[in-house]
Design a protein around this ligand. Sequence first.
Ligand code: HEM
Ligand SMILES: *[C@@H]1O[C@H](CO)[C@@H](O)[C@H](O)[C@H]1NC(C)=O
Ligand SMILES: *[C@@H]1O[C@H](CO)[C@@H](O)[C@H](O)[C@H]1NC(C)=O
Ligand SMILES: *[C@@H]1O[C@H](CO)[C@@H](O)[C@H](O)[C@H]1NC(C)=O
Ligand SMILES: *[C@@H]1O[C@H](CO)[C@@H](O)[C@H](O)[C@H]1NC(C)=O
Length: 332
Amino acid sequence: MTLKNLLALVVLIGVVGASYVEAYENSESNPYTRDGLYLGYYRSKCPQVEYIVRRVTYQYVSANPTLAAALLRMHFHDCFVRGCDGSILITSPNKDAERDAPPNLSLKGFEVVNAVKSAIESECPGVVSCADVLALVARDAVLVIRGPWWPVPLGRRDGRISNISEANLPSPFSNVDTLKKNFSDKGLNTKDLVVLSGAHTIGVSSCALINRRIYNFTGKGDFDPAMDPNYVNILKERCPPTDFTTSVDMDPTSADKFDSHYFDTVYQNKGLFISDSTLLNDWETRLYIKTQVFTQGYYFNRDFSESMVKLGSVQILTGNQGEIRSRCDLVN
Ligand code: HEM
Ligand SMILES: *[C@@H]1O[C@H](CO)[C@@H](O)[C@H](O)[C@H]1NC(C)=O
Ligand SMILES: *[C@@H]1O[C@H](CO)[C@@H](O)[C@H](O)[C@H]1NC(C)=O
Ligand SMILES: *[C@@H]1O[C@H](CO)[C@@H](O)[C@H](O)[C@H]1NC(C)=O
Ligand SMILES: *[C@@H]1O[C@H](CO)[C@@H](O)[C@H](O)[C@H]1NC(C)=O
């Protein structure tokens, strides 16, 4: 292709892209309006917001791709505790905020969100919520590692409460019935559960969380029979009995790639947590896993996008609720 043709193509894509965005910016005709959130929410007050988020997120995540998993997980944690209100970002001098709770173990990437927020504040102060910033950062971080894209309807307001005692998240030791209940309490169905668990296609876990499962499952020095014995041996090499700090990939052989390989892993009884392997014990989640395995993830990106949009609107604050924080780590 000549340079001229290439330029023409770039311009064309730009025009089509712009008119697509245009068509969906209006809240009434917007298929991505969810519970008061909509695309183009900052169109007049901070039109460059998505551009700033993309630029700063790219800087950080391209330099350290492991941040993509961390930021996606941070958005999930935010949404599951008091809704997607940015409360996971708040620090407390007394170490009693959500982010100080045990499930935070490996939460990282706060510096990315703070850097994005300050870049936005210098362009449009007091306009864009931290909850929206985190939702956009999570999406763009996944895009940097060439994962799926999803639309992020905007307009979330920031919460003012972040309490360590409320930070109970779905447990990696839970069975599928408990997980289904936990998700349905947030308005997410069984399909969302299995689709979003597919996020474990990237990232790592601490050995501490699987120690019992591989060394002392019932207190008799045994391992979980739901796990492939050969895989248990591999994990034992990575995680010696008293090692509680080393990390292991959640989706071995493809941990830095956002693909549907997680479902193959689970199907082969190599799901790292009980909460992963238990997805084989319910007919609906099992069927979804099998379908992903046999279609090589044909619909996974589309499904993941849809479920992320739902996750991003869990128990949000809108209108006059909450506030627009000026710093993400502190309430105003
Ligand atoms: C179904 C319930 C879920 C449970 C029980 C669960 C549990 C966990 C646990 C225990 C870890 C390891 C944390 C550590 O080592 O400190 C983890 C990591 C992770 N989780 Fe989940 N999770 C669930 C759902 C989700 C969802 C819905 C998402 C996102 C949409 C998600 C994204 C991630 C990511 C990306 C990581 C890797 C983090 C990193 O490498 O820094 N998880 N999860
Ligand atoms: C996570 O919580 C522990 C206490 O449970 C705390 O010591 C640690 O600093 C927290 N980590 C982050 C990243 O906030
Ligand atoms: C956190 O929650 C606990 C239990 O609900 C409550 O006793 C405590 O006052 C709360 N702390 C803050 C700072 O709101
Ligand atoms: C999940 O559901 C179980 C069973 O109802 C409940 O005990 C647990 O507290 C729930 N966890 C969360 C994070 O909602
Ligand atoms: C295994 O679990 C049992 C029961 O919880 C405990 O008494 C025992 O010390 C554990 N063994 C090891 C090696 O941790």
